[in-house]
Design a protein around this ligand. Structure first.
Ligand code: PLP
Length: 389
C-alpha cells in the first residue's frame, strides 16, 4: 500500500462547521441574509477594526480596496514580487500601472529599505505610487510602523494583503486592526488559515471607505436617499451611482466562516506547535528555516524552507521532485510575479528584483496545516532528511 499524499495546506472542517452550513440551507436566506453581517462583525471584532466588508474572494477584496483608495488610470500601485498574482493584478484591474519592491532576504516580505530607496527615486522622477500593497508573506506581518511612516511622508495609501495572516499579530495587536493602513484584506480560500470555500474581506477604520466598499461589492447601487440624485421614487427605489460589481459572498459561505472563526486561535496555535517541531527537527539540515521578526507573531500560513544549495549535491528541482515522489505535496510560494509572461509583456525582466528571484531558486513550502498529524509530520521530516542526505 502506498502512503497517502500529504498536501502543503488544507482546510479543517468540523461537525459544527457542517451544521452551521446546513442551518443556512434550511433557512430563508441563501445569500444576503443575517450570516454575512454576523461574520463581518466577528472578523472586525477579532481584528480590532471598525468595519468589515465580506466579498466572494480576496482578489475581489483587493480590487474594491484599490478602487476605494482612488486608484485609477495614470496611477501606480507597488507591491512585493514574492506574492500571488492577485496582489498586483488588482492594480491592473483599475487601469493603473504596477511596479514592485524587492524583498527582504530574511523575512521574504517587501523590504522597507528598498521601498524607501525607490520612493526617493520616484519623488525625483515624479512617479510616486498612489497605493502600496504590503503582503504579509507566510502569515508574518511586514514592518508596518516603518511603512506607515513612509506613507505619511510620501502620501500613498496602504492596503495590507493579509491573505496569509488572519490570526497573526504585529507589535502585540491583531493583524487587521488597520492602525498602520487604510485597509486590510484577508482571504478565506481553503488553504488559508480559516475558510469560507471561496471568500475574502476588507477591513477598515474609515466610514467613508466602508460605505464605498459596500456599494462596490454590489453594482455601485445605493438605497440611501441622501446619496441619490433627485428624490426617491418609492420603497423599491435604488440608484446606481458608480460602477460596481457582483462580488457578494453568500450566507452559506459566511456561516462557514463564522463557525471557523471560533477555532481561529486554536488553528494558529496548532500551526505554531508544528512549526516549533519543524524548527527543532530540521535544524541541522542544509536549510534556512523561517526567520521571525521580533515584532511579529505569525499566523504561519506557510512553512518555507530555503535550500543551501552549496551544501547539497542536488538541484532545487531534484529535491522538490523527490519530495513529491515520496507523496509530500510540497509547493513553491512564489514565482516572482514580474517574471510571469503577462508582466514580462509589460516590460519587466529577469534581474529586476534579484532578492525575490534568488529566493525563488531555493524555496520550498512544506506541509503545514492545523489538522496535520504528528505521524504525517514525521513522514515529511523523514522525507526531507532522505532527500538532503
Ligand atoms: C490567496 C491569496 C490571494 C487571493 O485570494 P483569493 O481569496 O483566492 O482570491 C491574494 N493574495 C495572496 C497573498 C494570497 O495568498
Amino acid at each position: 500500500m502506498t502512503n497517502p499524499i500529504i498536501p502543503y495546506g488544507r482546510q479543517s472542517i468540523s461537525e459544527a462547521d457542517i451544521n452551521a452550513v446546513i442551518d443556512v440551507l434550511r433557512s430563508d436566506w441563501l445569500t444576503q441574509g443575517p450570516a454575512i453581517e454576523q461574520f463581518e462583525q466577528a472578523v472586525a471584532a477579532y481584528s480590532g477594526a471598525s468595519y468589515a466588508v465580506a466579498v466572494n474572494s480576496a482578489t475581489s477584496a483587493l480590487h474594491i480596496a484599490c478602487l476605494a483608495a482612488g486608484l485609477a488610470k495614470g496611477d501606480t500601485l507597488w507591491t512585493s514580487p514574492n506574492t500571488f498574482v492577485a496582489s498586483a493584478n488588482c492594480g491592473l484591474y483599475c487601469g493603473a500601472d504596477v511596479d514592485f519592491v524587492d524583498i527582504d532576504p530574511r523575512t521574504y516580505n517587501l523590504s522597507v529599505a528598498e521601498l524607501e530607496k525607490k520612493l526617493v527615486q520616484a519623488r525625483e522622477n515624479g512617479t510616486l505610487p498612489k497605493v502600496v500593497v504590503p503582503v504579509h508573506f507566510a502569515g508574518q506581518s511586514c514592518e508596518m510602523d516603518r511603512i506607515t511612516a513612509l506613507a505619511r511622508e510620501y502620501g500613498f495609501s496602504v492596503i495590507e494583503d493579509a491573505s496569509h495572516a488572519i490570526g497573526g499579530k504585529y507589535q502585540g495587536a491583531a493583524v487587521g486592526n488597520c492602525r498602520f493602513s487604510d485597509m486590510t484584506v484577508f482571504s478565506f480560500h481553503p488553504v488559508k488559515i480559516i475558510t469560507t470555500g471561496e471568500g475574502g474581506i476588507v477591513l477598515t477604520n474609515r466610514r467613508d471607505l466602508y460605505e464605498q466598499l459596500v456599494r462596490l461589492r454590489s453594482h455601485g447601487i445605493t438605497r440611501d436617499p441622501a446619496l441619490m440624485e433627485g428624490d426617491s421614487h418609492g420603497p423599491w427605489y435604488y440608484q446606481q451611482i458608480e460602477l460596481g460589481f457582483n462580488y457578494r459572498i453568500t450566507d452559506i459561505q459566511a456561516a462557514l466562516g463564522l463557525s471557523q472563526m471560533q477555532r481561529l486561535d486554536e488553528f494558529v496555535y496548532r500551526r505554531h506547535e508544528l512549526v516549533e517541531r519543524y524548527n527543532v527537527e530540521l535544524a541541522y539540515l542544509p536549510l534556512v528555516l523561517p526567520f521571525q521578526h521580533p515584532d511579529t507573531w505569525s499566523a504561519f500560513h506557510l512553512y518555507v524552507i530555503r535550500l543551501q544549495l552549496d551544501r547539497i549535491a542536488k538541484t532545487h528541482r531534484q529535491v522538490f521532485e523527490e519530495l513529491r515522489e515520496a507523496g509530500i505535496l510540497v509547493n513553491l510560494h512564489y514565482i516572482p510575479v514580474h517574471t510571469q509572461p503577462y508582466y514580462r509583456a509589460l516590460g519587466f525582466r529577469d534581474g529586476d528584483f534579484p532578492a525575490a528571484e534568488s529566493y525563488y531558486q531555493e524555496a520550498i513550502s512544506i506541509p503545514l496545516y492545523a489538522s496535520l498529524t504528528r505521524v504525517d509530520q514525521d513522514r515529511v521530516i523523514a522525507a526531507l532528511r532522505e532527500a538532503l542526505r
